[in-house]
Write a protein that binds this ligand. Structure first.
Ligand code: 6R9
Length: 679
């Protein structure tokens, strides 16, 4: 197998200059009620207590069999947590709350459009629905423990129901973000080897009922091309009894879940007791090369980690009304909409729609009406809300004790708006830095114990010991003002177990760069490469500078430049393609595509349209480029590599850096003239 190219920090990332921000402190009222209010917790998770400190997280779960070994490091970096332990994820999220909270809301679903009633799903109802769907999956779907099932579902209660039903059976779920295209879904079906696809006929987005089932047909066809047959497509209906899609149901393959469920009414399924190390789910994400990778998360370690971080960093108590306005199709939704909050037995808001539809007050009306007291969202949403309604929150009577941000660096100015306007100056804010691979938070502040600093996520979270290395493997000291590659020195229970089906790639991507000794079974020799550039201030707080690999983070979604370029190359006229990020006021980054055409073809708007359409088809609307630039040639090194750094410089009106190593330096001015005069 070809070695994974190792990412490099860009020059712009190495030379960072910024002003240190002032600290903010939470209110005495918040501190008094916080789950982590005693500084002794920081001592308990000190390095000298590793790995046993994580027992405190695992003790938040109910185990069928207690584990005998907290951490097994015998086969690095395939760490094993809580070895010997057995448990069931669904039992922990649902069944165990019935004794005390049977009729408490697990989810309050807020559908679109706004005039539709909210729906409360109690723990009892969740239990019933999960059992029935688990019985259907086993009986009708023919799936069993260890099989994979792919979901392509939007923000509806049927998504957590489907996840928990799989978890009950020990079936590995793989949810593909509903906004991704059918083709993208098909790739993931094939990679995971799923024979069952669970989808929905339609869902509401910005007030209209979107036809979603059509994507299932594309997904099945795309999977077939890659050699994977889908036997059954299970279609939930947004309005049971009515079909919201124009796509025909395929006889013998497609089934309406609401019809089949009639045979499983009242059925229950024993939760399957799984080893702690059994995979719970796959979550695909983009990386430097090739196809998206299926990050495999464990049952025991992952659940312990999300329970602990939800309790101490999200400060979730069972009596809270918690709203994470992210999508479940993103790791944030798995960890901090579904598993973490349910493990703690709280009430969560699940929102189908767009935060700014029909107007800038929608979120604040929901918060007011439902009494939301914890709010979690991404900088891209915060920027959007600020733009459309900077003073809107003050029109509503809601009070948040705690707020979170995740997914991208947040500009201090935007952070302050979030704190002052959305939080009304009353809420503690945590900036949580982490990634799909890590299961839960890596860097943040304990809200009652560590002050907030706009623009910085904070120190490593409990039990996480980060380190920054430079390109020559030296440790970059805190307070040096230098940036480097941020790594985590130790294993932790939430870290991915492997890349599904590609263990060598897993080792290569995350551990090869800074491994000190490949033969060592000492975890200290195996730092985990996070993939971000970062700087550590003298106070120990980290400021994250963005991805160092070829990933463009658009509104919190990781898009691989390779995937964008492959999609572009499906257009027959295109000879070469390069994707670069440009600054975008709302979405953080947007994509611009540069394409060179096959000889003899003339540029024109039809080709630009075709490129945009191809990207939308292969990846999804989220990836649609802001501009498609048709250029006579790409700037290339003498070895033929396209110099994206140069193109990105042009797109952003920035310095393109040194071009002396280019094989065709004259092209730079040509492209600059063409692009900058058109912008
Ligand atoms: C959870 C999630 C991961 C990448 C990550 C980093 C960026 C996430 C951040 C942040 C600055 C934060 N990122 N949280 N950057 N501050 N608080 O986002 O997972 O979709 O895999 O993205 O997002 O660059 O490497 P994922």
């Amino acid at each position: 197998m070809a070695a994974e190219p190792q990412p490099q920090l860009s020059e712009a990332q190495i030379a960072v200059h910024w002003r240190e921000e002032d600290y903010y402190r939470p209110s005495a009222k918040f501190v008094a009620q916080a789950n982590a209010g005693d500084p002794a917790i920081i001592e308990r998770f000190g390095e000298e207590h590793f790995p046993e400190c994580f027992r405190e997280y695992a003790d938040l779960l109910t185990w069928d069999t207690y584990w005998h070994t907290t951490l097994d490091t015998s086969r690095p970096p395939f760490w094993k947590w809580f070895v010997g332990g057995r448990l069931n994820a669904c039992y922990n999220c649902v069944d165990r709350h019935l004794a005390t909270s049977r009729n408490k809301a697990a989810f309050i679903w807020v559908p679109e459009p706004e005039d539709q009633d909210t729906r409360t799903i109690t723990y009892q109802e969740l239990y019933r629905r999960v059992n029935e769907f688990a019985a259907l999956l086993r009986g009708f779907g023919g799936v069993d423990t260890g099989d994979r099932v792919t979901f392509h579902l939007p923000m509806v209660p049927e998504l957590p129901v489907s996840m928990l039903a799989c978890a009950r059976l020990g079936v590995i779920h793989s949810e593909v973000f509903g906004g991704f295209s059918g083709t993208a879904c098909g790739d993931r079906i094939a990679d995971s080897g799923s024979r069952v696809l669970v989808t929905m006929d339609g869902y509401y987005r910005g007030g209209t009922l979107v036809d979603h089932k059509a994507k299932a047909d594309e997904a099945v066809a795309a999977a077939r091309k890659l050699g994977q047959e889908v036997d059954k497509v299970l279609v939930w209906r947004r309005h049971p009894g009515q079909y919201a899609s124009k796509s025909p149901m395929v006889e013998g393959r497609d089934f309406f879940v609401d019809e089949i469920l009639a045979d499983y009414r009242g059925h229950s399924v024993e939760p399957v007791s799984m080893p702690a190390e059994a995979p719970l789910f796959l979550m695909y994400t983009s990386g430097t090369t090739g196809r998206p990778k299926g990050c495999q998360h464990s049952t025991g370690g992952y659940l312990a980690y999300v329970a602990g971080t939800s309790k101490y960093y999200q400060d979730i108590h069972p009596e809270d009304t918690y709203w994470c306005a992210a999508d479940i199709g993103w790791i944030t939704g798995h960890s901090y909409i579904v598993y973490g909050p349910l493990l703690l037995g709280t009430t969560s808001v699940l929102y189908e729609g767009v935060p700014t539809y029909p107007d800038a007050g929608r979120c604040w009306r929901i918060a007011e009406r439902l009494g939301v007291n914890i709010f979690h969202t991404a900088p891209t949403t915060i920027r959007m809300l600020r733009k459309v309604g900077p003073h809107e929150p003050s029109n509503y009577d809601y009070h948040l004790k705690h707020m979170t941000t995740v997914g991208e660096p947040i500009e201090p100015e935007v952070w302050r708006w979030y704190h002052d306007e959305v939080g009304k100056g009353e809420a503690a804010v945590v900036d949580t830095w982490w990634m799909t691979e890590t299961g839960g938070f890596l860097g943040s502040t304990l809200p009652a114990l560590q002050p907030m600093k706009p623009g910085s996520c904070g120190p490593g979270v409990l039990g996480i010991y980060p380190v920054i290395y430079d390109e020559d493997d030296n440790v970059v000291e805190a307070g040096s003002g230098k940036a480097g590659n941020i790594c985590i020195r130790n294993p932790w229970p939430g870290v991915l177990q492997t890349v599904w089906g590609q263990p060598d790639r897993f080792v290569d991507i995350y551990y090869r760069r800074y491994c000190k000794d490949q033969d060592s079974t000492d975890w200290r020799d195996w730092p985990f490469l996070c993939g971000d550039g970062a700087v550590q201030a003298a106070d120990g707080y980290f400021r994250i500078l963005g991805r160092i690999d070829d990933v463009i983070n658009v509104a919190g979604h990781r898009l691989g430049t390779k995937e964008l370029e492959s999609a572009t190359l499906t257009v027959a006229e295109v000879a070469e393609a390069a994707a670069v990020p440009v600054m975008d006021e709302l979405r953080g980054r947007a994509v611009e595509m540069y394409v060179a055409l096959n000889p003899g073809l003339a540029p024109g708007p039809e080709i630009e349209q075709k490129v945009a359409a191809a990207i939308e088809r292969e990846i999804g609307k989220i990836a649609r480029p802001r501009n498609v630039w048709i250029v006579p040639d790409m700037p290339k090194t003498r070895s033929g590599k396209i110099m994206r750094r140069v193109i990105a410089g042009i797109s952003n009106f920035a310095d393109v850096g040194d071009v002396t190593t280019l094989a065709n330096p004259e092209i730079v001015d040509d492209i600059r003239h063409h692009v900058q005069s058109a912008k």
